[in-house]
Design a protein around this ligand. Sequence first.
Ligand SMILES: [Ca+2]
Ligand SMILES: [Ca+2]
Ligand SMILES: [Ca+2]
Ligand SMILES: [Ca+2]
Length: 195
Amino acid sequence: MATNGTEVVVGAPGEDIQGGNMGAAYIYEADLRCDFNGDFKCDGGDIDELQASLVGGSPDPDVYDLTGDSQVDVNDRNSWLELAGTLNYGAPYLLGDANLDGSVDTSDFNIWNENRLTNRHAWTSGDFNVDGSVDVSDFNLWNGSKFTGSQMLLLTNPLNRYFAFNLTEDAHQDRDLESGKGEGEDLIESIFSRW
Ligand SMILES: [Ca+2]
Ligand SMILES: [Ca+2]
Ligand SMILES: [Ca+2]
Ligand SMILES: [Ca+2]
C-alpha cells in the first residue's frame, strides 16, 4: 500500500497458472493529508501530533499546513477535523469528540473529566481549543455540541471503513511483473515511478 496524499494504491501480488508473477493494483481516491504518521489512517495519533506541534510552538508547515496558507494554526486543526471526519464518517468531526467516534457524548465528557485541570495538549485528552490545557473552556466546547454526531457511520467495520472512502476505483491495472518481482512493494513502486 502506498499513498501520494490524495490517492491510495493497494497492491495485490499473485501468480498465474504457469507460476509466473503477476499482480493487480487498485487505485482509490482518498485525501490522506490528515495522515501525518504514515499509517494510512487519520486518527487520534495524527491530531495529537498536530496539536503537540502547535503547542510546542514550531510546527512545520510542510507537514501540518492543511489550509494552504503556509502557516500552521488552529485553522489547520479544524481542517484536520473536517478531512478526517469526512474520511472516516462522511462528515467533519465535531468539537468535543475526544475519542473520534463520530459523536459527542458522555464518553467524551469522561475523557475531559479525567484530564481536567491538567496541562495536556492532546485532542484525545480533551484539549479542544489547543491552548495546552484541559479546562472549562474545553468543557464549553464539548457542551456546545454534546449529544450530536457526525453523519451516520458509513461502515461499522474499521477495516471496511478504511477501504471505503470515496469508493471510486479509478483504475484497476493488471500487470506482468518481472521475474522475482512478485512482492506488492515492487508493484507499488513500479506504478509510482510512472507518475
Ligand atoms: Ca495516521
Ligand atoms: Ca494553515
Ligand atoms: Ca465521541
Ligand atoms: Ca484547552
